[in-house]
Structures are given as C-alpha cells and as structure tokens.
Ligand binder design. Structure first.
Ligand SMILES: [Zn+2]
Length: 467
C-alpha cells in the first residue's frame, strides 16, 4: 500500500441515548492505530460535536477537512465508520466529488476500505453508507420511540393507508366495510378457503383500501390482524388493548389466527417466498440461483443435480441479502441518483429530465422548509401553507413523470426512498418484487471468501442496475 504522509483522521461525537455509540476517544485511538499499522502519518485530527443535529447543523471540522482535501493538503482519510463521516447520502456524494477532484483515493474505515477509484467499490460504499444510516439514524430512533409510545397508549398509527374496516380516523368502524370483515371471519371459520373468499369479494365488487382486487394473502392479512379484534399491534407484536372497538370477538380472532396461520396450511408457494428469484446469477458458472433452504433458513444457491445444471459452488443466506438489496434499491430511488435515472432512452427524455429536476427541487425545498421550521425561521402555519402548495405541485409532476416514463412500479417513489422504506414491510410481496425488478436488472453473487460461510459480505454482491 502507498505511503501517505498527510492523513486526515475524522471523529464525530453524536448524542445518542441508546448507549451503542462509541466515545470520540475510542474512535480516535482506533483510527490512529489503523494509520500506524499502515505506516501512514496523520497530519490532523478533525473532531465535531454533532450532539444536537440530524440535519442542517454546521460541522465546522468536517467542513475544514473537506476544504483541506479540496486544496490538496490531505492525501487520505481514516474514519471509524462511514456513518461518522456522513449523515445523509447526499453528503456522501459531495464527499466523493471532492475526493475525486483532488485525486484522494484512500478512504479507510475500520470496517473496510473504500476504493474511490473503483466504480463498484464506490457503489458498495454508497450502499453500506445508506444501510448504516438507515440502521442508526437518530431521527429514525426518535421516530421509533414515538411510534412505540403511541402504540402503548393503544392509539392508532396514522401513516400510510387506513386499515380496511375503519374510517380515516382508524378508530370508527366503516359502515360498509366492517360488516364485510364480520362476514369474512364467519365464512372462514365455517371452513371456506381463502381462494373462495377472495372470489366472493371480487364478485361482490368489494375493493381493498387501495382500490385493488383482493388476493388470498391480503384476505389472510386482514383476518389474522389482531387490529380487527381491538388489539394494538406494534412491529408484529400485540402490545395491549387498542382505543377502538373490536369488529370481531377476540375469541374468533384467535381461532382465525390458528386456522389461517397454521404452518400445515401454508405449504403452498406463498409460504416461503424469495424476493430475488430470477434476479441472481452464480458468480462461478452464471446459472440462475434458486431457493436452497438449509436447516430451516432461507438461502439462495447454485443448485446441482438432475433438474439443475448449476455448479453447486455458490450459496448465500436470503434474509440479509434481501435486506441489503432492498436497501440499495430504496437508496437508488432517492434523489442523488435521480439524475442518473433520467438519462434513459426514449423520445420523452427531455420532458422526463425536466420533471425529474422539478421533483428533486421540490423535494429539496420540502426538506429545507422543515429545517427552517425546526430552526424557528418560519412559523408552523407558514410551513404548512408552503408545504401544501409544494406537495400538490409534486403530485402533478410525479403523475406526469409516471406517464412519460412508464416506470409504473417505481415512478411514484422516485426521490421518496425513505417513505417507501417506512412502508416496505407492509407492501404486498408482488409489489415488492415489482419494485426491486424495476430497479435491479440482476445481481451476480460471488463465492464466499471463506468456504462454507454463506452470510452477507457486500463484496460478494455485484448488482447491475436498470435505473
Ligand atoms: Zn454455479
């Protein structure tokens, strides 16, 4: 490795009550040790106290480091983890730009190097940064605490579409839908199949809240969700009585759960689903990877045998890989990548690009407004008024973008990866697949570095993006 003589070390203190953050002294000690191990000379240590901020606050040392990098005074950066360096993907993009211009290619984190000269290394770094950010965001943690607080009080969560059977306040029974829930429950308990129930709903002209046709999975979700019998569910767990009246009795509810969630009943293909089926290739032989569960854990693998002509050389556990790829997809739908997204083909390029820029500008403006409100620069009334105006403009742009580009699965979400991320787990599986497919052409999975270890190592994943 090249000798570096003017290395920047960066550390950031951030306020975090979860206790999982590392002290700045520990960050610095680790970074110094890493520089010493490489025989590098540290020129300066940059330290910021970021304790109050999620966004919009100044980080003087970080800015100073960027300036030093830009002016060629530093030749490498050592930082404890990417999430110390950047809080938002957009900052990461700026950092890469500065480093690229200044010819600085060595950015070392204690969790692995980032080679800014390599396109795929950069992508991995971006995804890792986005992934880490999504895991450790103080803002999200605050959001989660708030959500838990609301859940514990038994009140409904207001984001996303309303639940079927309830009005928009999520408490009052819907005069037309609540009886449908009751009838569905009675029929299911009487032994009718989910297919028959879905068909009955179709024939009766009953639609889901989103205006879609019912599927067996959505009917099952509806009938097994304890919400229907007045229980408050938080992250898949019943945590107490809700503030609303039950539509069906708790006894019936429990019977429905036993009946419809019975593993014996779920042996059909919907039981164990693989999000990335058809999108993964073996890095050794090029064959498509198939589902290859082992010891009850979902796994993708290059299968060998009479029915499959794979090499049997590549396996990877599904859970982490799917989360990783999903995160990458959501990240790509966010604004920094928008520009690239819009360099596609077709006659409508110009219009699509203009719309994309308009969407990005409006999204940025919404962010700025929120920051201004948080900083007390505008009143809440002013903020809401401006926000309403921008949001209706955004809706119009998004609708037109959707028409122009025909990217129906993802267009509504461009620049809104965060929003989609929040809804992701609640989306129908087919919807998740459609969104991933619209963004990811395919990914090659390389063999594990250590044979037999089929866990997720970002370096093993080589994505090929459509968008
Ligand atoms: Zn293979």
């Amino acid at each position: 490795m090249t000798k570096r003589t003017a290395v920047a070390v960066y550390a950031r203190i951030s306020q975090d009550r979860s206790g999982e953050e590392l002290g700045v002294r520990r960050q610095l000690a680790d970074c110094r040790a890493e520089a010493a191990r490489r025989g590098w000379t540290v020129a300066e240590e940059y330290i910021d106290d970021d304790s109050s901020a999620y966004s919009g606050k100044v980080r003087p040392s970080y800015d100073r480091m960027l300036a030093d990098l830009a002016e060629g005074r530093r030749d490498a950066v050592v930082v404890w983890h990417m999430d110390r360096l950047h809080r938002r993907p957009i900052e990461f993009e700026r950092f890469v730009e500065v480093c690229t211009r200044a010819g600085v290619q060595d950015v070392v984190t204690l969790s692995g190097d980032v080679d800014l000269a390599k396109g795929d290394g950069l992508l991995v770094a971006r995804v890792v940064a986005a992934f880490a950010a999504s895991e450790s965001d103080a803002k999200r943690r605050r959001g989660r605490r708030k959500a838990l607080e609301i859940a514990e009080s038994g009140r409904p969560m207001m984001g996303g579409p309303r639940p079927f059977g309830f009005l928009d306040d999520r408490v009052t029974h819907h005069p037309a839908e609540a009886p449908v829930v009751r009838e569905l429950a009675a029929r299911a308990l009487a032994g009718e199949t989910l297919i028959s129930l879905s068909t009955w709903l179709q024939d009766s002209g009953v639609r889901t809240v989103g205006g879609n046709e019912w599927r067996t999975t959505t009917v099952r979700q509806l009938l097994t969700n304890p919400r229907a019998w007045g229980m408050r569910v938080h992250q898949g767990q019943v945590i107490g009585k809700a503030t609303w009246e039950p539509i069906i009795t708790p006894e019936d509810g429990e019977r429905l759960r036993r009946l419809l969630l019975d593993p014996a009943r779920r042996t059909n293909r919907s039981a164990r689903r693989y999000l990335l089926t058809g999108m993964l290739r073996c890095g050794k032989c090029g064959s498509p990877l198939r589902s290859a569960p082992k010891d009850g854990k979902r796994r993708y693998g290059c299968a060998m045998g009479p029915d499959h002509r794979g090499c049997g050389g590549v396996f990877i556990y599904a859970e982490m890989l799917e989360r990783f790829v999903t995160e990458a997809v959501l990240y790509r739908l966010d604004s920094p990548v928008m520009d690239e997204v819009l360099t596609g083909d077709g006659d409508n390029d110009e219009r699509a690009r203009a719309l994309g820029e308009a969407i990005k500008a409006d999204t940025d403006q919404l962010d700025d407004l929120a920051t201004m409100w948080a900083d007390g620069e505008v009143s809440k009334a002013e903020w809401l008024k401006a926000r309403g105006r921008i949001e209706s403009r955004l809706e119009a742009s998004r609708a037109e973008f959707y028409r122009v580009t025909h990217r129906d699965a993802v267009a509504p979400y461009l620049g809104r990866g965060d929003e989609l991320r929040a809804q992701w787990d609640g989306l129908a599986f087919s919807r998740q697949v459609a969104i991933v497919k619209a963004v990811l052409a395919q990914a090659t999975i390389l063999p594990a570095a250590v044979p037999g270890r089929h866990g997720l190592d970002p370096e093993r994943v080589e994505p090929e993006w459509r968008l």
